[in-house]
Design a protein around this ligand. Structure first.
Ligand SMILES: *Cc1c(COP(=O)(O)O)cnc(C)c1O
Length: 387
């Protein structure tokens, strides 16, 4: 059996995979099993922040790997405390809980909001308000948080206590907030899986206004937008807001599984021993890699991210094959004139790997993609869109 046949025989059919086996990669270039070269414009869904097998990240990881790979959270280890210190210093948040994925980071945030609301306002203030068209993960609770019925239908009943409001609809937001007992409001600043849709600033400001009035915990899901992706270290910085909880994962580990739930001062001591935990959370190897990633996301790199974003938006929005380009930084969704599946397929044939978000072409290149590779990829995407 070849790899595709074995996958089909032995792996649960949860993924609609592209017909491509990626064998190896370096930086923004991937190679398939026949040695064909591709420019990667998706980075494993915004995970490989500095591309494939980046030297500096790989060195940090392998050094830690041959020093101490895991203990348990019953002991102290250095990489995770250093990473937590760096995250707090660079975000203004006060404490961090580490897990292994975006869904787990969000689960922790939901637990924090519920405990805070129960202590402050009473047991019936357990509802979490999320947005329609959002995506927060695949566990039964984060599926409940995900405001898309198509993900829910076969898995009911989901965790109760979730209320949904329409993104960018201030009247609906105010109605849902005032007519439900809300513990927290959780949202993505750019809805990633929902089609790369940034939230409007006045809507976000209204969330914070209502939350401050009613002591509601604000949770920004930066699983995809975080770690330099939007041109700021975290997208909440671009919006000039101060969330109570920020969750992140994807790009943080640079390719290894790592989730983080960052808590503001008022929630810093919400958890006490026994409230929450994770066997692998804060794994020293993942944290050592993440620390090397974060240390390189500086002002200079973020300026490059913004410049590359402007280049892509400029090139594609002036193309006759493109209807619109949405998103922030290097998290872009392109509405193409041609069916997006055909565009992705032909881009792959031409040696470029984009992905989709709903019916848009989604581009999530490495934060440090070299200019020549970026220009080559954009040229190919443009050509395919204009066919
Ligand atoms: C990917 C994603 C998640 C889920 O992350 P996993 O690591 O797959 O659990 C949650 N929220 C957002 C915004 C995401 O993009």
């Amino acid at each position: 059996m070849n790899i595709k046949e074995k996958d089909s025989a032995f792996i649960a059919h949860t993924y609609g995979r592209f017909p491509l086996v990626i064998k190896e990669g370096k930086g923004s270039v991937a190679y398939d099993e026949n040695g064909k070269k591709y420019i990667d414009m998706a980075t494993g869904i915004a995970v490989n922040a500095f591309g494939y097998c980046d030297d500096e990240w790989a060195e940090a990881v392998t050094k830690q790997l041959s020093t101490l790979q895991h203990t348990s959270n019953l002991y102290y280890t250095e990489p995770c405390v250093n990473l937590a210190e760096t995250l707090c210093n660079r975000t203004g948040m006060s404490k961090v809980f580490f897990s292994n994925s975006g869904a787990e980071a969000n689960e922790c945030a939901i637990k924090a909001a519920r405990k805070y609301a129960k202590d402050k306002k009473g047991e019936d203030f357990f509802n979490i308000l999320t947005l329609k068209n959002s995506f927060h993960g695949r566990t039964i609770t984060t599926l409940a948080a995900t405001g898309q019925d198509t993900f829910h239908k076969d898995f009911l009943p989901l965790t109760p206590g979730f209320v949904y409001t329409e993104a960018n609809n201030i009247a609906d937001l105010e109605d849902k907030v005032r007519n439900n007992k809300i513990a927290g409001i959780m949202f993505e600043l750019v809805q990633g899986e929902g089609g790369v849709m940034p939230l409007k600033k006045d809507f976000v400001n209204k969330i914070f206004e209502l939350s401050s009035e009613l002591d509601i915990v604000t949770i920004v899901d930066e699983v995809q937008t975080g770690n330099g992706r939007t041109g700021d270290l975290y997208a909440f910085m671009k919006y000039g807001i101060k969330p109570d909880v920020v969750t992140t994962a994807k790009g943080l580990g640079g390719g290894l599984p790592l989730g983080a739930t960052m808590l503001c001062e008022k929630l810093a001591d919400i958890f006490t021993p026994g409230d929450h935990g994770s066997t692998f959370g804060g794994n020293p190897v993942c944290c050592a890699g993440a620390l090397s990633i974060l240390n390189r996301i500086d002002d200079e790199l973020l300026k490059e991210v913004t410049a590359k974003s402007e280049y892509i938006v400029g090139e594609l929005s002036s193309s006759s094959g493109v209807l619109s380009v949405d998103g922030l930084g290097l998290m872009l969704g392109v509405t193409t004139k041609r069916p997006v599946d055909e565009v992705v397929k032909e881009c792959m044939e031409e040696g470029v790997l984009p992905i989709k978000a709903k019916q848009k072409l989604r581009l999530l290149p490495a934060l440090n993609i070299p200019w020549d590779e970026l220009k080559q990829a954009v040229k190919i995407i443009k050509t395919v869109c204009e066919r």
